[in-house]
Each structure stands twice: as structure tokens, then as C-alpha cells.
Ligand binder design. Structure first.
Ligand SMILES: C[S@@+](CC[C@H](N)C(=O)[O-])C[C@H]1O[C@@H](n2cnc3c(N)ncnc32)[C@H](O)[C@@H]1O
Length: 363
């Protein structure tokens, strides 16, 4: 046991002692730290309620309602279609979570956390989508006992070459809605202009490639996805500025060879969806398809990045478990898989917001 481990064990014995807790909160020197720690513990206990308050706020479009001008509870209850008492209870809860703010005149305005959420509207699509995740996770032990394929999330993410476009539409739309900030961070983290042509594998409706294509007007663009998604992507590019620049390849990336010749392949939020066996197949297939000297860029939320631990291992860990396959991986796990597929030079790229996306480059 290292010195740090021994210290942690001693600290934990102390912190779990009710007498120490009572002392720490009364001692002026430790009081503010003790209160902060107690709040963190309480947030863990009550987090599911906060999420449901947020869901109600999103479903009622409460942030949009108070965005332009502060309003009184009667007006808000009318606009939300909630009885006055229910609206007031929700407003107070939302104010406690900084989503809205109660002014001294009793009107409710936007809170700082609410304003930040309005700046990233794709979060709202995720919050609505979480209803399905919430049902899957209601009994966490039942979920964790075995890797199930009868969950709502596994039905939602139906990666199936013979699925219909309707089956693929809901998950493709959700991915497209939540892509903007990811693309921005990836484009900042890596200089695409050194490449001739990029192939985005598992590219969905092409939101990522659209951002890449707009930022780099001479880059060749290829999108690979399952046939139903590729059809939807074709429709979404039809008549647009990139229609003549983009090749769309309907392909099952795990069963069919990939189009050859790109000198950059991107996998954005793709690897974490799959177990190691599928990832090995995919990486080897990409290695074969890449032009000599080509590179692979993997971008997705990863485990092991400071400040993003809860998002990766708690949120995505459980999300992907409920989905029935995949896991958030640490860079060293990805590096091992990349090495097995023949990639030798692997490096981490710094991204602005590892909570959203981290990136690894391999050649
Ligand atoms: C989580 S989504 C990410 C989409 C997009 N890259 C993004 O970040 O918005 C994963 C994508 O991989 C695609 N996909 C999953 N399995 C696939 C397969 N076997 N062959 C081709 N595409 C696949 C899905 O259809 C989906 O579009």
C-alpha cells in the first residue's frame, strides 16, 4: 500500500466518523469545508430529483418563457399550463438549482445555470431523451446484474443494416442536434488542412462533416454509415452547398470493407458504442482503407480526463451499459487497441472541453 493509499484510508475513517463530522461542522476552521463536503454528499443523494426538475423545466420551455422578461407566477403558470401551486413549487425548485432566479419584486427571471443551458440548446434534446435512460436505470441492480438487450436504450440505438429509415431517424436526429459543440472542439484541436480527403466513419447525418467541409473548402469528404442512415444523410445534403463535394457510402463498417484512399479517417462518438471485439475489427478495417501515411482521429468522451470523470465513468459508463454494448475508454485502452490494429504513433490532442469530447490521433 502506498503512502497516498494509507493516507486515504486514514482520512476515510476520520470522515465517516459521525463525531468527527459533528466536530468539523462546528469548528470555525473546518466549517466551510465540512459544509461543502456535506453539499456534495447531498447532491449525490438528491441528484435524481434535480434531473427531474430540469426535465419539467425543459418540457414546459420555462427558460424560454422567462428569457426575455421576468414574469410573475400567475403568468408563468398560465403559459406553462400548470396549476398555480404546482408552478410555484417548480419555480422555487428551479430557482434553488439556479435555473431561474426569484427577483426582489417576486418576478422570476433566468438564472445563471439556466442561461448557460440556453446557450447550448442541444442539451434540451438530451434531457428529453433521458426519459428512456431514466426508465432503464430505475432499478440499477437489475440493470447491472446482466448485460441486457431488452432495454429502451438498446431499442433506441438499433444499429442494424436492414433497419428502416424510420428506425434510424430518431437516433440520427439526436446525434445531429448534439454535434455542433463537438465539431467545434475537434476542429480547434486538430489541423485538418494538412489533409487531402477525410472519411467520417459512422458519420450519421453528416453534421460533423458539414462543419469540417465548411471550415476546409478544398478537403474531399466521404461519409460512411449504415444504409438507412446513409439514405437519411443523402436527403439532408440534397440541394445543399456540400452536395457535390460529399461521397456517401452506405456500408456496415463491421462487415464490409471501407472505401479506400482517404488520408484522414474520423470516428466521432463511434468507438465507445462498441465492445472491444467490434472495435478491433473496425480499427483494422480503417488501417487497410487509409492512404499510406494516413491518420485516424478518434473523438468522443473518454475516461481518465481530469474534471470529466463523472461524465465518463458514471454517466457514459451506465448509459452504454444500459444500451447493451460499448464503454467509455481511457486513452491507454484505446492506444492498446490501436497498436493491435497496427497504429504505432498514438497521441492525445488537447480539447477545450473534455466533458464533451476528448481526442486521440493515430498513424
Ligand atoms: C453515436 S452515433 C454518432 C454519429 C456521428 N458520428 C456523431 O458524432 O454525431 C454512431 C453512428 O455510428 C453508426 N454505426 C453504428 N454501427 C455501424 C456499422 N456497423 N456500420 C456503419 N455505421 C454504424 C450509427 O448508425 C450512428 O450513425
Amino acid at each position: 500500500m502506498s503512502l497516498a493509499d494509507r493516507f486515504t484510508a486514514w482520512r476515510n475513517r476520520l470522515v465517516s466518523d459521525p463525531k468527527f463530522q459533528a466536530w468539523a461542522v462546528r469548528n470555525p476552521l473546518t466549517r466551510s469545508l465540512a459544509r461543502r463536503k456535506a453539499k456534495t454528499s447531498f447532491d449525490l443523494v438528491a441528484g435524481f430529483v434535480y434531473s427531474q426538475v430540469l426535465l419539467a423545466v425543459v418540457e414546459l420551455r420555462l427558460l424560454e418563457i422567462v428569457r426575455t422578461a421576468p414574469l410573475g407566477t400567475l403568468k408563468i403558470s398560465e403559459r406553462c399550463g400548470l396549476p398555480h401551486e404546482g408552478a410555484l413549487r417548480l419555480l422555487r425548485a428551479a430557482a434553488a438549482l439556479d435555473l431561474v432566479r426569484e427577483q426582489s419584486d417576486g418576478l422570476f427571471a433566468l438564472g445563471e445555470a439556466g442561461a448557460a443551458l440556453l446557450g447550448n440548446p442541444s442539451v434540451f434534446a438530451m434531457v428529453r431523451h433521458h426519459k428512456a435512460f431514466y426508465r432503464d436505470i430505475a432499478d440499477p441492480l437489475a440493470l447491472l446484474r446482466t448485460r441486457r438487450t431488452d432495454t429502451e436504450l438498446s431499442r433506441f440505438w438499433d444499429y442494424n443494416a436492414s433497419a428502416t429509415e424510420q428506425d434510424a431517424e430518431a437516433y440520427s436526429a439526436l446525434m445531429a442536434e448534439t454535434q455542433a459543440l463537438i465539431a467545434r472542439d475537434v476542429l480547434e484541436a486538430y489541423n485538418f488542412s494538412r489533409h487531402r480527403s477525410v472519411m467520417d466513419v459512422g458519420g450519421g447525418l453528416g453534421a460533423f462533416l458539414s462543419a469540417v467541409g465548411a471550415a476546409h473548402p478544398t478537403l474531399g469528404l466521404t461519409l460512411v454509415d449504415l444504409p438507412p442512415v446513409a439514405k437519411l444523410a443523402e436527403a439532408s445534403f440534397a440541394g445543399g452547398a456540400l452536395q457535390d463535394r460529399i461521397q456517401i457510402a452506405p456500408r456496415d463498417m463491421l462487415r464490409e470493407p471501407l472505401p479506400e484512399g482517404a488520408d484522414l479517417v474520423t470516428l466521432v462518438r463511434v468507438v465507445h458504442d462498441h465492445d472491444d471485439r467490434a472495435v478491433r475489427l473496425l480499427l483494422s478495417s480503417i488501417r487497410r482503407a487509409l492512404a499510406p501515411g494516413g491518420r485516424l482521429l478518434i473523438a468522443e468522451p473518454m475516461a481518465g480526463f481530469k474534471g470529466a470523470e463523472a461524465m465518463a465513468d458514471a454517466y457514459f459508463g451506465l448509459y452504454l451499459w444500459a444500451m447493451g454494448r460499448g464503454a467509455p475508454r481511457r486513452p491507454e485502452q484505446l492506444e492498446a487497441l490501436l497498436n493491435e490494429a497496427g497504429f504505432r504513433d498514438v497521441r492525445i490532442l488537447r480539447t477545450a472541453q473534455p466533458l464533451l469530447v476528448s481526442a486521440i490521433l493515430a498513424s
